[in-house]
Design a protein around this ligand. Structure first.
Ligand code: PA5
Length: 463
């Protein structure tokens, strides 16, 4: 069961200038209850579909049955997605599969597929991925909730052409599945027109909350992950999030801590797993936190330009990169460690030199000592830090983690009085890109960009 320890955020540990008093946290009780009620109301009125996902076990079974059949025809799955349509795929894969999964042969993978997630339009990465794929044995999952995202459609067109060249135009569609909105968008039309197998992203689940929909579940199932257990873990966390009390609800407690520090001017939120398997979770969290909480307007329409900046760091690697700053730099960070009790491997440090202090220890002991050492050092330097612990790395604990952070961000949005479920700030760059790529209907933006370019020439050097 996931646990949360925030002793190192309290004034007893880090003093009254930098620490919180328990009454401050419990003083938020009524606001947290209101936040909880607001989130529940949005759920009941059908606006917050992510709350219902832990109960979708029938959907998980359908996907699993389909995956068992489909894997026989392919050896590799390529996910084409971006943002909320890609990060969950990576987080699940990195957490639950060996980092060397794609190098294993099919027998070692028990017939499940290799997985590549392409979430960029870097010309080189796309072209070089094509070079290593055996297209006859490759399935592409084209994921886009809107079904219109330029990055995804471009990569789709690129691989579609290549597949057609390899297997013929008639058979090409069999190499694609589409995960998109039930009704609208280019991809939904395409799925209908070409009878391509498709999955639905529920309209009331935002991209960054969609990991437990087919967006994340299809690639998980095709790589042999028990997606029923993933939902089971989320369900267990959902049951712990049934009241607004920070004593009972760990996500409410986490939101309270983050909110209180944000109000004190601690604007940077570091996520630092001490498990490389959870590195993808830190990446996923970074988007969840940034897109949900970085907002210009509050709910009343007032300009607030709010939002903590999420930062990802990796234990122990970033002790040798970031720790100096966290220890001695500005007092502007709260650090969340993710800690794992059982790594599933016990890796000995052999006594090559019997007299060496490391002899007879394990890497498990070393990573645990490094985490404790870092947490203690930060505490001594009066830096707030807290630990989210899970017993093991499993679909169940991963499901718990996903749902925990999703609930926390929902509460945080309510406490900050902003809408955590939209992303208007992402739009303008998309619109400018359409203008630059010659899309019809964007003449005004093309003119605006031309005007900007004239001004830009004044600030260039070495061009
Ligand atoms: O969380 C979000 O809403 C975004 O990150 C989207 O997932 C991202 O922009 C991709 O959009 P789409 O899934 O519509 O292609």
């Amino acid at each position: 069961m996931l646990s949360l320890n925030y002793a190192h955020c309290l004034s007893d540990s880090i003093g009254i200038d930098h620490g919180l008093m328990e009454p401050e946290i419990f003083g938020l009780q009524s606001r947290l209850q209101e936040a909880h009620n607001a989130v529940q109301r949005m759920g009941t009125s059908g606006k917050l579909g992510f709350l219902d996902l832990p109960d979708q076990s029938a959907e998980a079974r359908r996907i699993m049955t389909w995956a068992r059949k489909t894997r026989n025809s392919f050896d590799t799955l390529v996910v084409l997605g971006i943002g909320g349509s890609a990060l969950g795929n990576n987080a699940v894969q990195q957490a639950l599969r060996s980092p060397y999964w794609n190098l294993k042969d099919r027998k070692d993978r028990k017939g499940w597929l290799r997985l590549f997630v392409l979430d960029n339009v870097d010309p080189r990465w796309t072209a070089e991925l094509l070079e290593i794929l055996d297209l006859r044995k490759t399935l592409f999952n084209v994921i886009s909730k809107s079904g219109t995202t330029a990055e995804i459609l471009s990569n789709y067109f690129f691989f579609r052409k290549a597949v057609e060249a390899k297997v013929g135009v008639k058979k090409a569609s069999r190499h694609f599945v589409i995960t998109t909105d039930e009704q609208k968008g280019y991809l939904r039309e395409l799925a209908k027109r070409e009878n391509i197998t498709s999955f639905v992203v529920p309209g009331n689940v935002g991209g960054r909350f969609s990991v437990l929909t087919p967006v994340g579940l299809v690639s998980a199932a095709l790589t042999g992950i028990d997606i029923g257990q993933l939902l089971g873990g989320a369900k267990a966390m959902s049951q712990r999030c049934q009241s607004g009390s920070p004593k009972e609800n760990p996500a409410a407690a986490y939101a309270a801590l983050q909110f209180l520090y944000y109000q004190k001017g601690v604007k940077l939120s570091v996520m630092m797993p001490y498990s490389q398997n959870f590195w993808g979770v830190a990446d996923w969290y970074r988007q969840l936190w940034a897109e949900s909480l970085g907002k210009k307007l509050d709910r009343s329409g007032k300009i607030v330009n709010a939002g903590p900046t999420p930062i990802k760091a990796l234990g122990v690697t970033d002790q040798h990169s970031q720790a100096q700053l966290y220890m001695e730099g500005p007092y502007d960070k709260i650090i969340t460690f993710i800690s794992v009790n059982d790594f599933g491997h016990k890796t000995a440090i052999p006594p090559v030199d019997k007299g060496h202090y490391l002899a007879k220890h394990t890497l498990n002991e070393l990573i645990a000592a490094e985490q404790k050492g870092t947490s203690s050092a930060l505490t001594k330097a009066l830096r707030p830090n807290l630990t989210v612990s899970v017993s093991e790395i499993s679909p169940t604990t991963l499901g718990e983690l996903f749902f925990f952070f999703e609930m926390a961000v929902a509460y945080m949005g309510e406490l900050m009085n902003i809408n955590a479920f939209d992303q208007p700030g992402v739009e303008l760059a998309k619109v400018y890109t359409y203008a630059l790529m010659g899309r019809d209907g964007y003449d005004a933006q093309r003119q605006e960009l031309a005007e900007m370019e004239r001004k830009d020439s004044q600030g260039s050097h070495g061009v």
